[in-house]
Design a protein around this ligand. Structure first.
Ligand SMILES: O=c1ccn([C@@H]2O[C@H](COP(=O)(O)O)[C@@H](O)[C@H]2O)c(=O)[nH]1
Length: 270
């Protein structure tokens, strides 16, 4: 999916919600555990319940690889079940020396056909480039993350620039806003305006609303650009809204609530 197709979906659905499919066998409703593939069964019902409010799904790969081969199978089935007009993100946070990165890229773009993957910038250009060699796919580079430890290294300052600012500045030499996005945590909302100034045209993947307490209004007010430019992720607050038989209905209600707020913030486009 290219940038204008993504923006069209945002306008059509009046939403820039990305639902995180962080499916944990310890948290899903007990009655699903007897299914042949409980992870897929849960994801299927969550997708059915939320897809009309959602422009992207982001399975965090850790939840699947922790289950071994069966987890990879559940992930593949989930990916195939996601409607084709919805953007898919492999939240894998990969990145290694070039020839290894190119195999990560093949795994997620060829074997699994994700639209995008999250990549750690720490090893530099040659670790990111192999992902960018896939022309119709996206790289989502970690810039300023949502977790408390994001201040340990990302705020390190040299030559008047913080490390995350340098990641955004330097990486713009490697690709364009048609193929590169940045992860900016919703918990960094007070910096959203200055981060947007560094990358006016790029999409930001913004995790951290819901369970992590990030502020959707602030993110939207200071993060939006002229083609929305935001994919705001929520996982636990939506998919685990209930652990009972009504889980998909409750997930649908939570996704609808977020979408309704987004519709207001998107008023300039609709
Ligand atoms: O900075 C980051 C980068 C990635 N994540 C991931 O997003 C989801 C958030 O889940 P919630 O349940 O909505 O908190 C999860 O997969 C994280 O690994 C992030 O939170 N922050």
């Amino acid at each position: 999916m290219n940038r204008s197709q993504l923006f069209e979906q945002i306008k059509k659905k009046k939403s820039y919600l990305c639902v995180g499919l962080d499916t944990d066998l310890q948290k899903i409703p007990k009655h699903l555990l007897s299914a042949a593939d409980p992870v897929f069964e849960f994801n299927k019902q969550i997708i059915d319940a939320t897809h009309k409010y959602t422009v992207a799904y982001k399975p965090n790969i850790a939840f699947y690889e922790a289950l071994g081969p069966k987890g990879w199978e559940s992930l593949q089935k989930t990916l195939e079940y996601i409607p084709k007009d919805i953007f898919t993100i492999a939240d894998a946070k990969r990145g290694d020396i070039g020839n290894t990165s190119s195999l990560y890229a093949r795994a997620f773009f060829e074997q699994m056909n994700f639209d995008s993957i999250t990549v750690a910038p720490y090893m530099g250009e040659d670790s990111v480039k192999p992902f960018l060699d896939f022309k119709n796919k996206w790289v989502i580079l970690l810039a300023h993350t949502s977790n408390p430890g994001s201040s340990d290294f990302q705020l390190f300052e040299s030559n008047g620039r913080k490390l995350y600012e340098e990641v955004i500045r330097k990486s713009q030499q490697w690709s364009t806003p048609d193929q590169l996005m940045y992860v900016v945590g919703a918990t960094q909302a007070e910096k959203m305006q200055s981060i947007r100034a560094l990358a006016p045209d790029h999409f930001f993947l913004v995790p951290g609303i819901g369970a992590q307490g990030g502020d959707l209004e602030m993110v939207s007010k200071f993060g939006m650009n002229d083609h929305c430019g935001l994919l705001v992720n929520s996982a636990r607050a939506i998919i685990y809204a209930s652990a009972e038989k009504d889980f998909s209905k409750r997930a649908s209600e939570e996704a609808a609530k977020v979408q309704q707020s987004m519709e207001i913030y998107l008023h300039a486009f609709t």
